[in-house]
Ligand binder design. Sequence first.
Ligand SMILES: Nc1nc2c(ncn2[C@@H]2O[C@H](COP(=O)(O)OP(=O)(O)O)[C@@H](O)[C@H]2O)c(=O)[nH]1
Ligand SMILES: *[C@@H]1O[C@H](CO)[C@@H](O)[C@H](O)[C@H]1NC(C)=O
Ligand SMILES: *[C@@H]1O[C@H](CO)[C@@H](O)[C@H](O)[C@H]1NC(C)=O
Length: 304
Amino acid sequence: MAPFLLQLVVLFAVLALATLILISFVAFITAMKMTQFHQHEDEKFFLNASGQKESLPNIRDSPTKQLSIVIPSYNEEKRLPVMMDEAMGYLEKRQNKDPMFTYEVIVVDDGSKDQTTKVAFKYCQKYGSDKVRVITLVKNRGKGGAIRMGVFSSRGEKILMADADGATKFSDIEKLEKGLNDLQPWTRSYFRTLLMYGFHFLVWFLCVKGIKDTQCGFKLFTREAALRTFSSLHIEGWAFDVELLYIAQFFKIPIAEVAVNWTEIEGSKLVPFWSWIQMGKDLLFIRLRYLTGAWRLQHTRKMN
Ligand SMILES: Nc1nc2c(ncn2[C@@H]2O[C@H](COP(=O)(O)OP(=O)(O)O)[C@@H](O)[C@H]2O)c(=O)[nH]1
Ligand SMILES: *[C@@H]1O[C@H](CO)[C@@H](O)[C@H](O)[C@H]1NC(C)=O
Ligand SMILES: *[C@@H]1O[C@H](CO)[C@@H](O)[C@H](O)[C@H]1NC(C)=O
């Protein structure tokens, strides 16, 4: 009886190991084709308020605005106006009170099949292309890819990514700014070990420790942190937040998580079951690709 049990255990161990090696191998092989950042010719321009092409700036240039807001938008013709009205209302009011405050909003249309670009362009016409720019991607890249495209073309000292669904109260950005300003450069706190289930457990177990909600669509970066993290980003789909935080933690960039008011908004495009499988796979692959060296993070030189 005992030898039989032992054989079973050994068999399972060997099977598990073989599976892990096989998955690592697949993760390694399939990683190769995903490390390139490619910008289509038509994605290097935006249209100014009179409909003329102007070339987009680069994140490596010095900032000329205080704040950039990058809004990834995929088929958002319905939800975007609600979000934009709230955001522009807040931003304009803030600028009226404090004329030193400068900002830009960059809507990245991620290859939408609806009128997202047209809807967004109305705001460009209303506020001018110094304040509102629309980048229309030639084809759908996924949320991470769209945000990266906006970040790389932004002019702000600080860069905020914000979902088009308007789930976050926009004025809560002040809480993020305070959280960011209060960060102590280079001191690292020891994270509490949190026991989480499901996705949160996987995130915690495989990739990112110490952040409760990695997927929050409202994240504020300094220009340098955005450059460093987004230049090393491989994942363009839903799991990009996790890789982004993984990269930030690798570079020891301090991170703060602050509470914001959050409303459930109808119309999420996340298909529950399938997305979960996809996310699980992505998380495992992030871990394995960094582990096997398929992806590497290099300590790049600081900006300026
Ligand atoms: N770029 C890109 N953005 C997407 C895609 N799907 C959703 N988004 C954007 O990501 C943000 C959040 O999407 P949403 O469907 O509301 O997901 P949830 O609110 O996180 O459940 C919104 O601004 C969407 O426009 C996509 O395929 N590509
Ligand atoms: C748009 O760009 C064209 C060409 O660069 C320029 O002549 C025009 O004045 C611009 N319009 C606005 C509203 O900025
Ligand atoms: C959310 O909003 C309510 C009411 O406006 C407020 O009392 C509460 O403090 C807010 N919570 C956060 C985390 O900002």
